[in-house]
Ligand binder design. Structure first.
Ligand SMILES: [Zn+2]
Length: 67
């Protein structure tokens, strides 16, 4: 099993990271990808149910900038 990776931000080129809410019920755990350049960009994906899905959403560039 390979670890999913997210491509550089489609909006600003910064590194992205995959994040989850590790607290709480595992059945309710969500994953999302976000741009690490939050001050200037703030792009992120909608919540996904798996790390793989979050990466896939990001890599399809379906995310939109926060502003
Ligand atoms: Zn960005």
């Amino acid at each position: 099993m390979t670890t999913p990776v997210c491509l550089p931000c489609p909006f600003c080129g910064s590194t992205c990271q995959l994040v989850s809410n590790l607290d709480g019920d595992p059945d309710l755990r969500i994953w999302w990808a976000e741009c690490l350049d939050e001050d200037k960009c703030g792009a992120s994906t909608a919540p996904a149910t798996t790390r793989e899905e979050a990466a896939a959403i990001w890599n399809k560039r379906t995310s939109v900038p926060a502003n």
